[in-house]
Design a protein around this ligand. Structure first.
Ligand code: FAD
Length: 509
């Protein structure tokens, strides 16, 4: 029963599909970013392999009661644990906002139906998403990516793998002297080296059978493109404080915090006023002797929650120095004897597997140069990153970045020339400097995140973000600041909630 217009649309659609280019793409990581990247790439007709070091999808949302053997997380040889979730963690965004744009995060019977559910609920949502879109078939579990490098050969030999630094110069020459108009002409391909861990159970069986050959399997595969989705909440950043080397107390990073019990009757200093620092301080007051919360600057919220817990929780400016007798001296002139310093001071970007001959670097917590936080101009579009921005609503942003990458790789959409992308990156850096924004805030999108989302959406012909999302985010931020210990259970944005729920329910049906 098609009318003329439908037929025309279908003809245009199939024509578009016919001209789409399909690439072989490696996605690194099966967390919220990697899963949606896989879905969007597959939807656009690409051939996708997702490499995941862990045994399940979900990334940081897979709570792990194990902690690292270095509680500060500084030793590069420590046994690392990916997830930073603490046992009690509930989301800091309402579920209506958190879900992907077209796969709502709705309450399900028999599960945690709260508006701000616990971490297990998010892990289940991501598992549901992967099952719904048949993504599990694309994931190679227990497979760690150890190396990603530029491949310029046409055969399959090791010698084809480029490993001389002159390549960067060559690229720079090609990129900047020829000033190519179409950056997609640069046919960079990638070699991805993985190590597949034999499943524990298989190893056990091998031992029982006295079999040998249970070694990890190392494989090199060549891809047209690599999308990096390895997360950035696993490599702790710690505060540097004068005197720490001789301070006798215990130190740890929130990455290795799980429960409050080990802090019973202890005097604890919590550094950092991000969501983890605030949550953990509030949790510790039920068991610790004293909690000293300190931050660079602080806002109204701490004044509000401080009187509620008088005697147990004290707020300070940052630590000035620590001394050999166990004392911690705060910048506000107060000093006290402390048992534990807990660094809730954020994380570092880290891509230990990535070799771009210095084209992409991480400096002062900024990954660059990157066009719109996604594509390194000199290696675009074959290398891209999903999920670098912070202070955002992550899942929808990952989704839009992924859609963009998928469209660029299929050539349904195009990037500016290398020269123009470089110029854009440079003018962005100049703007940050002029506005006095520190380099480590390069990927902090906060107030401009929805503008960014809408820009991404426009690149691939998607609808802009619904206005209720923007309003709800603003309200959620405000309520969280005002009531850090109760915002997850008490709210008053009923009209917005109604609007969101009816929108999301319609979407589901
Ligand atoms: P991850 O979830 O970290 O996934 C990366 C995946 O890559 C992992 O599975 C990892 O095993 C894999 N990987 C890494 N390196 C390799 C390798 N070399 N080879 C193979 N696989 C590899 N967001 C919200 O929206 N709401 C919240 O309430 C919220 N609370 C948070 C609380 C905490 C404590 C933290 C740390 C984060 C929170 N976030 C929250 C942000 C959260 O990180 C994002 O929502 C999102 O889940 C990040 O997804 P990702 O895929 O980028 O990274």
């Amino acid at each position: 029963n098609l009318n003329g217009e439908d037929e025309l649309q279908m003809a245009i659609g199939s024509d578009k599909n016919a001209t789409k280019q399909s690439c072989k793409v490696a996605v690194i990581g099966a967390g919220a970013a990697g899963l949606v990247a896989a879905r969007e790439l597959q939807r656009e007709g690409h051939e996708v392999v997702v490499y995941e070091e862990g045994e399940k999808v979900g990334g940081v949302w897979l709570y792990n009661s194990d902690v690292e053997d270095d509680p500060l997380g500084l030793d590069p040889n420590r046994c690392s644990v990916h997830s930073s979730m603490y046992a009690s963690l509930r989301t800091n965004l309402p579920r209506e906002l958190m879900g992907y744009l077209d796969y709502p995060f709705l309450p399900r019977e028999g599960r945690d139906v709260r508006r701000f559910p616990r971490h297990e609920e998010v892990a289940s949502y991501l598992q549901d998403f992967a099952e719904e879109f048949n993504l599990l078939l694309l994931v190679k579990f227990c497979t760690k990516v150890e190396y990603v490098g530029i491949y310029r050969g046409d055969g399959n030999t090791e010698a084809d793998i480029v490993n001389d630094s002159s390549f960067k110069q060559q690229l720079l020459r090609e990129g900047c002297e020829d000033l190519r108009e179409d950056s997609a002409n640069l046919e960079t391909r990638w070699v991805v080296r993985t190590r597949e861990r034999r499943q524990a159970v298989e190893k056990e069986r091998d031992v029982l059978n006295f079999a040998t050959g249970c070694e990890d399997q190392v494989t090199d595969v060549i891809f047209d493109a690599v999308v990096i989705c390895n997360g950035h909440y696993s490599q702790p950043r710690v505060a540097w404080i004068p005197g720490l080397e001789k301070w006798p107390g215990k130190q740890m990073h929130s990455h290795n915090y799980r429960i409050a019990e080990p802090f019973r009757d202890k005097v604890v200093v919590v550094i950092g006023n991000g969501p983890s620092g605030i949550d953990i301080s509030l949790e510790l007051i039920s068991v610790a002797k004293e909690v000293h919360f300190c931050a660079k600057k602080w806002d109204l919220s701490k004044d509000l929650f401080w009187p509620l817990h008088e005697g147990k929780l004290q707020c300070h400016l940052l630590v000035e120095l620590v001394t050999e007798d166990g004392t911690v001296h705060f910048q506000d002139g107060i000093s006290c004897h402390v048992d534990v310093i807990l660094h809730c001071t954020g994380y570092l970007y880290s891509f230990p597997f990535l070799d771009t001959h210095g084209i992409v670097t991480v400096e002062n917590s900024a990954v660059g140069p990157l066009f719109e936080h996604v594509f390194p101009p000199l290696l675009a579009p074959s290398l891209s990153f999903v999920g670098l921005p912070f202070k955002v609503v992550p899942f929808p942003l990952f989704e839009l970045q992924s859609k963009w990458i998928a469209c660029i790789l299929s050539k349904s959409s195009s990037l500016p020339s290398t020269k123009d992308m470089m110029a854009d990156v440079q003018s962005f850096e100049v703007r940050l400097a002029e506005e006095g924004i520190p380099k480590h805030y390069t990927h902090n999108l906060d107030s401009c995140q929805f503008e960014y989302d809408n820009w991404l959406a426009a690149q691939c012909g998607s609808e802009p973000i619904e206005s209720w999302r923007i309003k709800m985010y603003k309200v959620a931020q405000k309520i969280r600041k005002l009531y850090p210990d109760s915002y997850r259970d008490i709210w008053d944005d009923y009209d917005l909630l109604d609007e969101a729920q009816s929108y999301l329910l319609k979407l589901k049906t």
